[in-house]
Design a protein around this ligand. Structure first.
Ligand SMILES: NCc1[nH]cc(CCC(=O)O)c1CC(=O)O
Length: 330
């Protein structure tokens, strides 16, 4: 059957939620404009087009600049506030200007605006952090007193824990900016999510991939999510075709852990879950910002209770760490 773009009729989805009516206009996908955000959005669009047998032109990419993009001279912790990279996109989702928005799950606050939710998660990329050194190729091989740049409080605390002699500086900006500063010699090394580098076609850049045991990733690292309106059955049925259940379960567990402990990106929290569909295994870590104290938790349970498992791990690590630990976070 040949049909022009304007008169496209969807194929019947397997689970029919009533979205198979005539779609005449392209879907509007919201995203930030950074190269990484665009790479993630292109991947999402391509997967959706393939899953539904639609031309990519049926998905219009709408680029918005967020507060987090505009303020680049302060650390994210200093700017404060929630949803620095998402607020503008969420407003346009709620107003109906966008049909859905593509994000790094790691950037999402645990509490979303009323009426919105994380509808689908694409298959997860490699969750590890990557070290990029200028002359030393490994974190352990940096000379004493070397300078490492990172904007993440988790990475800063983990570096200090493993290399208390290293000078950690706050270091923000898009991946390309950070690598330029490194090349210019402003720092001797930096840490980035390997997932982001791979999505940018820069898998060759890291000089070391860090072991998730000693350098555990951030909750939700490496997972692209699609945010949409609750109750928008037509859009949610469209998105469900690209949802990866294992990623969805794992990230739900990790976000449960994060929500119990904090919910912002301003505290050193690590968490990583793996689901096989029936069972889910989770390990979490919290640190003081100076890296001198850390607590770990390992747990496993039924995948059906993924978010509850994460929340419960959060309660247990909180009890284990004791109230004096959390003074370091305030
Ligand atoms: N705003 C920071 C951010 N959010 C998501 C990623 C990487 C991609 C991912 O973890 O999915 C990054 C950059 C980084 O940590 O190096």
């Amino acid at each position: 059957m040949v049909s022009s773009l304007n008169r496209f009729r969807f194929k019947q989805p397997r689970s029919n939620n009533g979205w198979q009516r005539m779609q005449t206009k392209p879907f509007r996908i919201g995203t930030r404009g950074s190269p990484l955000a665009l790479a993630q959005t292109h991947e999402t669009r391509d997967r959706l087009a393939a899953a539904h047998g639609l031309p990519v032109e049926m998905f219009e990419i709408v680029t918005l600049s967020t507060k987090g993009d505009r303020i680049t001279d302060r650390s994210l912790a200093e700017i404060g506030g929630k949803g620095l990279f998402t607020e503008e996109l969420e407003q346009q989702l709620l107003s109906g200007d966008l049909d859905f928005a593509v994000h790094s799950s790691k950037d999402m606050t645990t509490k979303l605006p009323d009426g919105l939710f994380l509808s689908a998660f694409l298959p997860r990329e490699d969750v590890r952090d990557a070290f990029v050194g200028r002359s030393a190729t490994r974190l352990a091989e940096l000379p004493q007193g070397a300078t490492v740049g990172s904007s993440s409080l988790r990475r800063q605390a983990l570096i200090r824990r493993l290399r208390p002699d290293v000078n950690v500086i706050t270091y923000r900006g898009q991946v390309e900016t950070r690598l330029r500063k490194l090349a210019e010699g402003q720092v001797d090394g930096t840490l980035l999510a390997y997932a982001g580098l791979r999505r940018l076609g820069m898998a060759h850049v890291p000089t070391e991939l860090l072991d998730p045991e000693s350098f555990p990733p951030a909750p939700a690292q490496g997972a692209i999510c699609i945010e949409a309106r609750l109750g928008d059955d037509r859009i949610n049925a469209l998105l469900s075709a690209v949802d990866d259940p294992r990623t969805h379960e794992a990230v739900s567990c990790e976000r449960g852990f994060l929500a119990t402990l904090d919910g912002s990106c301003r505290t050193p929290i690590a968490g990583y879950a793996q689901s096989d569909g029936a069972r889910i295994r989770f390990s979490g870590m919290i640190l003081t910002p100076d890296g001198t104290t850390c607590h770990r938790i390992e747990t496993d349970g039924r995948t059906a209770d993924a978010a509850a498992l994460g929340r419960e791990a959060g309660e247990r690590i909180r009890a284990k760490a004791g109230p004096e630990f959390f003074l370091s976070w305030s």
